[in-house]
Design a protein around this ligand. Structure first.
Ligand code: UFG
Length: 333
């Protein structure tokens, strides 16, 4: 397979930076575009061409495609905070759907033929059953999920009309950090359980909240399918390779392990890794949290040559914790 350079949008962000590492580890040349609204320049490895700017800047994107001889795109750039999307829906449709439209239009014009797109479990809304299959109803309950679902649809229509194929990877709960600590989650004001919990573990917060203890689940707290960011990044590389091998096929795949863990189970694992209990505080339910979100990853496992290496929660929280300790040492994030 000829390895043409891959443009990673949002490559200075959390998941994008891990995808850059995975691509390079697999021998792919990479370039990154990121507006640094959320990402940090220092997670982009030396030697990777970096362009600061928006994917909606057509002149910039056209120039990158041409000058870097881009053959494919891994598209992570976007806005990702669910409650913020409720307050600022138009910003979410602009940053997610419209910007993806601009990127896809530029790709079609430049004959860039493959796009791997960051989608989300939020496209399903409140699922009627778990584990969730890709064909289950898509009824997003917030603008974030809707903006991603609209992009999926746009890619499907564009792929039907133009020489382009795409993979939409629907992430469940992404956590952890690169095992070699080359990247991890940076960013202030994080709301994600594992990030918040490791911040509490290193003393950046005085406790971790447990939102809701009265759900109809095994211990009353919400159940999620936590996937290690390095395994998720690896899925992008094998998805890209599959798109190149089969240019007429598209992929829509859930990305999770198919295993549900409750909030308390996650926190118990963190306590074990830390060696002492991380302070918790029981709080009321957080609005909009479905009780249980677990992926069926049957399609992912059957379609792609994906061999997750970190599919256990203790490893996920241990890597997240180690990264958080390093950030503390550098007094960042
Ligand atoms: N939680 C806590 N305390 C916290 C943070 C979270 O108890 O401090 C709980 C939440 O209530 C939820 C679970 O931990 O039950 C997971 O919450 P996260 O915020 O970590 O993740 P979500 O499941 O809400 O969100 C994830 C992705 C979104 C995506 C969504 C799909 O991060 O991008 O799944 O519904 F949209």
């Amino acid at each position: 397979m000829t390895k043409s350079p891959v443009l990673v949008t949002g490559g200075a962000g959390y998941i994008g930076s891990h995808a850059v590492l995975a691509l390079r580890d697999a021998g792919w040349p990479v370039a990154v575009i990121d507006d640094l609204s959320n990402g940090t320049r220092d997670v982009v490895p030396d030697g990777v061409p970096f362009f600061e700017g928006s994917i909606a800047d057509r002149a910039l994107v056209d120039r990158i495609f041409r000058d870097q001889r881009i053959g494919a795109i891994l598209h992570f750039a976007g806005s990702i905070v669910v409650p913020e999307s409720v307050d600022k829906p138009l910003e979410y449709y602009a940053n997610n759907t419209l910007a993806s439209h601009a990127l896809t239009s530029a790709a079609v014009a430049a004959e860039v033929r493959h796009i791997v797109f960051s989608s989300t479990a939020a496209v399903y809304g409140e699922p009627e059953r778990v584990p969730i299959e890709e064909d289950d109803p898509k009824q997003p309950i917030n603008p974030y999920g809707a903006s991603k679902l609209m992009t999926e649809r746009m890619l499907a229509d564009a792929a039907a009309a133009h020489p382009l194929n795409y993979a939409a990877l629907r992430y469940f709960n992404v956590a952890g950090a690169d095992p070699d600590m080359r990247a991890g989650q940076v960013g202030k004001g994080s709301t994600h359980l594992i990030k918040v919990a490791v911040e509490a573990a290193v003393g950046k917060r005085d406790h971790v909240a447990v939102f809701g203890t009265d759900y109809a689940t095994r211990d009353g707290t919400c159940v999620r399918d936590y996937v290690h960011v390095t395994d998720l990044a690896a899925a992008h590389v094998v998805a890209l390779e599959r798109l190149i091998e089969r240019p007429r096929e598209n992929l829509v795949l859930n990305c999770g392990y198919g295993t549900g863990l409750s909030v308390l189970e996650v926190l118990d694992n963190l306590d074990r890794v830390v060696g002492t209990p991380v302070p918790r505080r029981e709080m009321p339910r957080r609005p909009g949290d479905p009780p249980e979100l677990v992926a069926s990853n049957r399609a992912l496992v059957e379609t792609l040559d994906w061999n997750p290496g970190f599919a256990d929660i203790e490893t996920i929280v241990a890597h997240a914790l180690e990264w958080e300790r390093r950030l503390l040492g550098r007094s960042e994030g």
